[in-house]
Ligand binder design. Structure first.
Ligand SMILES: [Zn+2]
Length: 116
């Protein structure tokens, strides 16, 4: 399955390929405030159309390892970049920013990010 996603105003636009298998409802201090519902995919499954990730505003906190990109026009945070424990580049998609996804159709796993 190929999904289209992006921020509200359209400045950030991307596609991602894969099957939504696991959704994480993270309770960390950032996700709880911005309403993140996360699907982790390998970076090779993620295609950013505009603009380049290193040209986007980026927020880091705590260990600063995860790059939380956001739109400086509309304020949405549609994806973040991180690495898996083995070093594999990963993208965390905020599935609320994907088009045509019925969030009620998926099992949502609570992730205790506040204590990790
Ligand atoms: Zn935007």
């Amino acid at each position: 399955m190929r999904y289209q996603g992006g921020c509200h105003c359209g400045k950030i636009s991307f596609s991602v390929t894969g099957d939504i298998d696991k959704l994480l409802d993270c309770n960390c201090s950032l996700c709880s405030k911005r309403g993140g519902l996360l699907w982790f995919v390998g970076r090779d499954k993620f295609e950013l159309k505009s603009p380049k990730a290193d040209e986007l505003p980026t927020y880091r906190f705590n260990t600063r390892k995860i790059a939380h990109h956001f739109c400086d026009v509309c304020g949405c945070s549609p994806f973040s970049e991180a690495s898996a424990p083995d070093g594999t580049p990963m993208t965390a998609i905020n599935v609320r920013c994907l088009e045509g996804v019925d969030l009620g159709a998926y099992e949502i796993t609570r992730y205790d990010g506040r204590n990790h």
